[in-house]
Design a binder for this molecule. Structure first.
Ligand code: HEM
Length: 462
């Protein structure tokens, strides 16, 4: 199969006269069996071999995989209106319902407009202190682990602190106990959703299979959490200064726009899920990579010492943590928490000079685009200097899209970056985290990209 070189400037080339490269697959099943193995490696190799635009036979359906920054820009930004979330987000519907993540057109716009003020600078500044407090509370618990010579389980620790932060900052709620149950429920849900994305014939949710039962139990547990969050606000009889209040205040407008009673539940749940799992994964990968790259770790330590000298960062300090931020961005290049996006074309379009007929499903795989050697020399190498300003300017903007792009770009981008820096600074000024010897950490592609299995870290005080 020949690779098609496209002209980045115009997006057109004589090569578009050639047939679109198709990923080789099996009769009827297409590439589905290949996704049972190392799915991520498979996509990276495929892009290396077939280039910018590839037809993927996924069972009876065909998906267009777009791997060129200009194509990413066309779908997410330039012609974003033409692209709705695809059927592959369907498995998330029972979880996120009518919330912002899956809504389209006016139903999306109303929600986006009402939530934006909750993430503005003055609100974020107010949240810095809570983020620091939550981090310190976690680190106090680590003290006991460290003294007892016990290992830290990295992923649940990051999930715990980011869940605590999203609840305290955006919803003014403190989980008393059971955050482990919430995290386990979330794992069941995401794993099952991922399975359903690629399944040829997903089991109907109504069937009482063990998996479906586990899924329903997990959903019920999250519903209970949402009820407690909303119930606590109602019982207090007070107004909050947070996202929850904005969501509650906007309900009459949402009702008038024809949205259901259950919308608030969907919005709160979407906030909890979107707001902690992704950041926890990004942070877990950051600590894993730092442990493997002592030279990078030393540079972060030096920056923290120079800017903070042992104290927690204020909102203003965060701007000065430039190298630490580059480290976080580089970790998300290698392990983008939302590793693939997909859309469906509402009308005919043209991408890179090729027709994209109405109804086409397109897939944007950040995991693979973030590893294209054309934009990322030595793509598997961990090199935060790639995100130095001069290097960033030299790259096409949409060669990097861990937060998506265009009008539907992640609403929590600044929140997440700020939170990550606060946690990173807090942790690294008190502890050194090293991957326990002999551990091979691999990514597990669920809806999000987690390190698979338990990741044990040894802790030592600095
Ligand atoms: C490192 C952490 C995070 C990453 C990598 C991330 C990534 C993303 C991506 C890729 C999208 C776009 C999905 C698509 O286009 O299909 C998205 C959307 C969204 N994210 Fe995040 N996210 C992160 C943290 C957060 C946080 C902390 C919040 C806060 C609650 C948040 C709230 C949202 C919301 C509300 C949307 C939907 C936006 C819309 O459709 O208008 N995210 N995120």
């Amino acid at each position: 199969m020949s690779t098609i070189e496209l002209d980045y400037g115009t997006g057109r080339d004589a090569a578009t006269a050639l047939p679109l490269p198709q990923a080789p697959g099996y009769p009827l099943l297409g590439i589905l069996p290949k996704l049972k193995g190392d799915q991520l490696r498979y996509f990276v190799d495929l892009v290396g071999e077939l280039g910018d635009m590839i037809e993927l036979p996924l069972g009876p359906r065909k998906v267009l995989m777009l791997n060129h920054p200009q194509a990413v820009e066309q779908v997410l930004q330039r012609n974003a209106k033409n692209y709705h979330k695809s059927r592959y987000y369907g498995p998330l519907k029972p979880i996120l319902g009518e919330g912002i993540f899956l809504a389209e057109d006016d139903r999306w716009l109303h929600q986006r407009r009402s939530a934006v003020p909750g993430f503005q600078g003055c609100q974020l500044k107010r949240m810095t202190e809570v983020m620091s407090q939550a981090t310190e509370e976690m680190l106090d618990d680590w003290q006991a682990l460290c003294a007892g010579g016990q290992r830290l389980e990295l992923v649940p620790a990051m999930m715990g602190v980011t869940l605590d932060i999203v609840l305290r900052t955006l919803l003014s709620y403190r989980i008393k106990s059971g955050s482990r149950d919430v995290m386990s429920a979330l794992t069941v849900i995401l794993r099952e959703a991922e399975r359903r994305v690629w399944a040829l014939l997903p089991t109907p949710l109504g069937l009482p299979t063990p998996r479906n039962r586990a899924l329903r139990r997990s959903l019920a547990l999250l519903d209970d959490l949402v009820d407690s969050v909303v119930g606590a606000r109602q019982a207090s009889g007070e107004r909050g200064e947070d996202l929850l209040q904005l969501l509650i205040d906007a309900q009459p407008e949402m009702r008038a726009a024809g949205m259901p009673e259950s919308l608030l539940r969907d919005q709160v749940l979407s906030t909890i899920l979107a707001g902690h799992e992704t950041t926890a994964n990004a942070l877990s990968w950051t600590f894993i990579l730092l442990s493997k790259h002592p030279d990078v770790r030393r540079r972060v330590e030096a920056e923290l010492a120079e800017v903070l000298g042992g104290r927690q960062p204020s909102f203003e300090d965060l701007h000065a943590l430039t190298y630490s931020k580059q480290v976080f961005f580089e970790a998300m290049r290698l392990y983008p928490p939302v590793w693939t996006l997909s859309r469906e074309a509402m009308a005919d379009d043209e991408i890179l000079g090729r027709p994209v007929p109405r109804g086409s499903t397109v897939m944007l795989c950040s995991y693979a685009v973030h590893r294209r050697p054309e934009y990322w020399p030595n793509p598997e190498g961990f090199d935060p200097d790639r995100f130095a300003p001069e290097a960033t300017e030299r790259r096409p903007r949409h060669a990097y899209f861990p937060f998506g792009g265009g009008p539907r770009k992640c609403l929590g981008e600044r929140f997440a970056t700020m939170e990550a820096l606060i946690i990173l600074a807090g942790v690294m000024q008190r502890f050194r985290l090293d991957l326990a010897p002999g551990q091979e950490v691999r990514p597990e592609p669920m809806i999000t990209l987690r390190p698979s299995g338990a990741v044990g870290m040894t802790l030592s005080e600095v």
